[in-house]
Design a protein around this ligand. Structure first.
Ligand SMILES: Nc1nc2c(ncn2[C@@H]2O[C@H](COP(=O)(O)OP(=O)(O)OP(=O)(O)O)[C@@H](O)[C@H]2O)c(=O)[nH]1
Ligand SMILES: Nc1nc2c(ncn2[C@@H]2O[C@H](COP(=O)(O)OP(=O)(O)OP(=O)(O)O)[C@@H](O)[C@H]2O)c(=O)[nH]1
Ligand SMILES: [Mg+2]
Ligand SMILES: [Mg+2]
Lengths: 283, 293
């Protein structure tokens, strides 16, 4: 017999709630459920077959399609390609307040050093108390140079300085730390756009907190609109985070989650594994 | 945004020719949608929806109140109930003693910034305030608190190279006792419920210091994990009040509702920006209006 929408509806309603429990944004959960309904319309099922396993299989498909969004080159490949041209790879890190940008930059620095690259960090958060000292201490731990000016100086100017410094000293990668900013603050979003315009980054990385709920959607939309996002890093996955934000963000902007933050040490950065992630959500 | 949908549903309630099961079902569905999009915990939403539906269909409206008005009031009442009611206990330090408040919360939830906002708030109201940095992990934590404290004109105690937060706090409290402070606010390191040694540490801090109030900061953008994280903090140290930070963004703060439900603690302030005066005394009506749209 043909699978009826009457039969599917309650299963999808239940699925929608379980996706929300996993911190998938509500509208994204709705979208996923309607995609599943579409994929299963007119499908033939056994007279007494339970539709749940079929829905699960389709869900897995839909989630993997979203998360495995094809992107031209991987993160490290992009860095390698730029460096092999004899130019420093410039990576701009952006995101809202407290998402974990500064620590993540240090983790990425550690990873790049392990991969044989030289690194410097631009202290382009010239606003928040203790921001410059925080970068300096992390840079010292890594054994890399932090390029800074004073508090209140122009963020784009510091970033530009760092790129020039990297060029002059043959440093492979410039990691630009920026201030946290609410995506609703137009002037701050414009400032971020200016930093990108001045430094012309090879990669823009959106650092998102995996504990974020529905706001992840609006954050990703706005940051994508103002400065374009190449990769996403989701932090605090060790905080019992279900990580649904990965699905919401990838669905919305079609960009992959490259890494996840799994703790507060410099080693706590792992490549994002969509298969393993979907296995945890689709139980 | 979605807020329009609940408002338009409530408008439908008023325009409808008869208040029947269909209408109530529609309203409850829209309410569930609104609360889930606002990040309220799923089970809390389901329970609330059941109560609203039950009351809307079976409760007799009080004399002089139309069935429609009653339904709208039921929705509002049930949500406010989750917030612990409409009364905001005015957060006033007790006179004649040195009050000690301790800030706890998840990484990046706004503790350090809020500690200084609170210090500035109370200092401006005549309470001699002091700040203690008990975060020994985050690089630059002491410098961050010191820079903010200097701006607020509030003395800051910390031991930047210290490793023992209990010792730092005891040293700081002793210093502030001698300089006759009315209120000392302790900033602690960010932590989550699965960081065993950090949860053990905050428990120890609580037991040694016996603060007058433990304040939990909750990021307005937090999703479904707010409930279980808040519950874990409450079980470790007994949360006395909640401050919802980053309410100046687009997030509706449903996680705060979940945190209140998990701790039984009231929301006393909200953070509405990064500056020292971006702190507002909590207004339940305004919060619920924003939550529901
Ligand atoms: N448990 C855990 N904590 C993290 C992770 N990433 C960052 N943190 C913590 O989150 C807090 C905020 O990190 P920061 O790097 O200062 O965040 P930020 O985005 O730079 O913050 P602003 O510059 O103020 O916007 C710190 O306490 C970090 O240690 C992670 O993957 N796991
Ligand atoms: N827009 C806005 N930003 C805020 C608010 N409260 C805090 N912030 C910002 O959020 C970020 C994190 O704040 P912190 O005070 O460092 O948070 P924390 O809880 O002490 O962080 P950890 O000590 O690492 O756990 C900073 O960029 C703050 O400026 C608020 O109410 N509104
Ligand atoms: Mg930072
Ligand atoms: Mg702090």
């Amino acid at each position: 017999k043909e699978l009826s929408s009457k039969e599917l509806q309650p299963v999808l309603e239940e699925l929608k709630l379980s996706l929300v429990r996993n911190d998938v944004a509500y509208t994204v959960a709705e979208e996923i459920c309607s995609e599943i309904a579409e994929k299963l319309s007119g499908v033939k099922v056994g007279r007494f077959e339970d539709v749940r396993p079929l829905v699960k299989k389709t869900l897995r498909q839909v989630l993997l399609e979203t998360l495995k969004t094809s992107y031209e080159k991987g993160f490290l490949e992009t860095v390698k390609a730029k460096v092999s041209k004899g130019e420093p790879a410039v990576i701009l890190f952006v995101g809202v307040n407290g998402s974990g940008k500064t620590l993540t930059i240090a983790k990425v620095g550690r990873m790049l050093l392990r991969n044989g690259f030289t690194v410097c960090i631009a202290c382009s958060d010239t606003f928040r108390a203790g921001a410059i000292e925080q970068v300096e201490i992390l840079a010292k731990r890594l054994g890399v140079r932090a390029i800074k000016q004073t508090y209140g100086s122009d963020a784009a100017a510091v970033a530009y300085d760092a790129v020039q410094y990297a060029r002059a000293h043959g440093i492979n990668v410039v990691l630009i730390d920026t201030a946290g900013r609410m995506q609703t603050r137009r002037n701050l979003m414009e400032e971020m756009r200016k930093i990108a315009r001045v430094t012309n980054p090879d990669l823009v990385v959106f650092v998102g907190d995996s504990l974020t709920g529905n706001d992840a959607v609006n954050q990703a939309e706005e940051f994508m609109k103002y400065v374009g996002i190449d990769f996403v890093i989701l932090t605090k996955m060790d905080a019992d985070a279900k990580g649904g934000a990965a699905i919401s963000i990838s669905k919305l902007i079609g960009r992959p989650v490259a890494y996840i933050g799994t703790g507060q040490d410099l080693e706590d950065l792992e490549p994002f594994d969509p298969e393993r992630f979907v296995d945890k959500i689709v139980v | 945004g979605l807020g329009k949908s609940l408002r338009s549903t409530l408008a439908k309630v008023f325009k409808a020719s008869r208040v029947d099961k269909e209408l109530v079902k529609g309203l409850v569905n829209d309410l569930v949608r609104a609360l889930l999009q606002a990040d309220v915990q799923v089970d809390l939403v389901i329970d609330l929806a059941k109560r609203v539906e039950d009351r809307a269909l079976n409760e007799k409206p009080p004399p002089g109140v139309t069935r429609r008005e009653h339904i709208v009031k039921v929705v509002y009442d049930e949500v406010v109930k989750l917030l612990g009611g409409e009364n905001v206990s005015s957060p006033v330090p007790k006179l004649g003693k040195m009050n000690v408040y301790m800030l706890v919360g998840l990484q990046g939830s706004g503790k350090t910034t809020t500690a200084c906002k609170l210090a500035s708030f109370y200092q401006r109201r005549g309470f001699r305030t002091g700040l203690i940095c008990a975060d020994v992990y985050r690089p630059g934590a002491y410098q961050q608190l010191k820079q903010l404290g200097d701006k607020a004109g509030v003395p800051v105690y910390g031991e930047p190279d210290g490793k023992d937060p209990v010792k730092i706090v005891l040293d700081g409290l002793e210093l502030f006792r001698r300089s006759k402070r009315d209120l000392v606010i302790i900033d602690t390191a960010g932590r989550h419920k699965d960081e065993e040694s950090l949860m053990k540490e905050v428990k120890e801090l609580y037991e040694v210091i016996k603060p007058d109030e433990v304040i939990l900061t909750v990021d307005a953008t937090i999703g479904q994990q707010a409930y279980s994280q808040a519950k874990a903090f409450h079980e470790a140290v007994g949360v006395g009040s909640i401050i919802v930070t980053k309410m100046d963004g687009s997030a509706r703060g449903g996680g705060a509702l979940s945190a209140v439900a998990a701790t039984g603690a009231p929301v006393k302030f909200i953070g509405v920006g990064e500056k020292l005066d971006d702190l507002e005394v909590f207004n339940p009506r305004r919060f619920v209006a924003r939550l529901l749209g």
